[in-house]
Write a protein that binds this ligand. Structure first.
Ligand code: LLP
Length: 421
């Protein structure tokens, strides 16, 4: 079988998979499995690559913490200069605990609660992205009570097709996100009706795991036109926010590179007289993490082979809900092993509990470990306690050292504050 090519996860001369310079075996001897392992260098390099590509224009990156909200991942990107995109009070709390200044945060979300809006105003978030006229009314009312002026961007739905999985497509008019352009235009036109709001931004986010540049170009073209219209009404737009969505390679599918993304967008963005915001999540973290799991059993039902591992859908949900592909490779390669075709499945009592179906994979045995690749984004964050399974530990590697940055949950975590009455 082939192995995913990554300079952050490579095999050492002893044929053991390493994260940076640390053999994965060394980590799992300490933590057990399943465990998430992240490369700090990966996150740093990706952030630098992104900002470097857009250095010609005035821009800011707001790491979308929903992709991976481990405190140390947030802190790593924040320390490099990233702002933070939060979608809930909980994400705010995590970013805050990681040391991020609320003034460098923006608040997104199609359904914010009054508490979330209040928090963003009180803490002077750089922007609240409003997604409906009712939300604008509420922001205006809460800001009035707080005797503050809220800085608000309107998320416009540009009605473009990002050509991604329907569950993560957000920029089409049939999606719940954003405000249709004519309605958004009216909201900007009426800005004087909202004395407690400064309308500072125009915002979009067309979807996630977008693998071609064209939908971004189309959306930026549409919203640039919109930007000039809005400016003509006397609204002082300070930020034009492109959102996240840059796709990454999970298998051998082609995604565009950041230089290509920058080349396509910079000439257009240069025409706008304001700062450009980006909210990448997956691009910064997706290929910087793996989930390591141990083989429990090999079995065969008629002609079908199964490899049953100790991680499950509760630890990594993406294959179950999006049929997402994650490369799976052995932690230890042996040249004598032969390839088989099997489903790689977890212990949860659902047929949807799989990591791969009919996958060609090197034959393995009970006790051996496998690495599920590209598990740095939307992986641990989407884990649950289904089947009363404890969530995995998380480890960050720095060169030739590793730190357990979150230990595996204990059984007491499972009962947190629950009482028998
Ligand atoms: N900004 C907003 C407003 C978003 O809703 C998202 C992601 C991002 C930024 C970051 O997008 P990214 O650069 O990571 O594509 N659970 C799914 C992905 C859901 C994405 C939700 N929104 C998955 O596992 O593929």
């Amino acid at each position: 079988m082939d192995y995913l090519d990554s300079k952050y996860f490579t095999y050492g001369t002893d044929n053991i998979l390493q994260c940076e310079n640390v053999p994965v075996n060394e980590i799992i001897n300490k933590t057990g499995t399943p465990v998430y392992i992240y490369s700090r260098k990966f996150f740093e390099d990706r952030y630098k690559e992104f900002t470097q590509a857009f250095r010609e224009i005035k821009h800011r990156v707001f790491y979308s913490v929903k992709a991976n909200f481990n405190l140390n991942v947030i802190k790593t990107l924040y320390n490099l200069g990233s702002g933070i995109d939060v979608n809930s009070e909980g994400e705010f709390y995590r970013a805050y605990k990681a040391g991020a200044d609320p003034k460098k945060m923006l608040m997104a979300g199609v359904g914010k609660t009054a508490d979330e809006i209040k928090l963003a105003i009180e803490k002077d978030f750089i922007m609240i992205k409003a997604e409906s006229p009712e939300e604008i009314e509420l922001i205006n009312e809460i800001a009035g009570k707080l005797k503050k002026k809220a800085k608000v961007g309107i998320r416009v739905n540009p009605d473009v097709n990002p050509q991604t999985h329907p569950y993560i497509s957000t920029g089409l008019s049939q999606n719940k996100f954003g405000v249709a352009a004519p309605e958004a235009e009216q909201m900007f036109k009426d800005y004087e009706k909202y004395p407690n709001i400064s309308f500072t931004g125009i915002d979009m986010h067309i979807g996630s795991q977008v693998t071609t540049v064209e939908p971004f170009v189309e959306a930026v073209d549409k919203l640039s036109e919109f930007y000039f219209k809005v400016k003509s009404y006397g609204v002082k737009i300070e930020h034009f926010d492109i959102g996240g969505g840059v796709g990454v390679t999970y298998n051998n599918e082609k995604s565009f590179g950041i230089p290509e993304f920058a080349d396509a967008l910079i000439p257009k963005l240069k025409k706008l007289d304001c700062e450009i915001f980006f909210e990448p999540g997956r691009f910064l973290t997706g290929n910087g993490g793996i989930l390591v799991t141990k083989v429990l059993f090999n079995k065969r039902n008629n002609n079908k082979k199964f490899i049953i591992v100790d991680a499950a859908m509760n630890d990594l949900l993406r294959p179950s809900i999006y049929s997402a592909y994650h490369h799976i490779q052995p932690v230890e390669i042996s040249t004598s092993d032969k390839d088989i075709v099997a489903d790689i499945v977890g212990p949860v009592c659902e047929s949807g509990d799989f990591f791969a179906k009919d996958r060609t994979i090197t034959e393995t045995k009970s006790g051996k470990s496998l690495a599920i690749m590209s598990a740095g984004a939307y992986s641990m964050v989407m884990s649950s306690n289904y089947n009363a399974r404890r969530r995995p530990a998380e480890v960050i590697v720095d060169g030739n050292k590793f730190s357990v940055v979150r230990t595996r949950e204990t059984f007491d975590h499972l009962l947190y504050d629950e009482k028998v009455i």
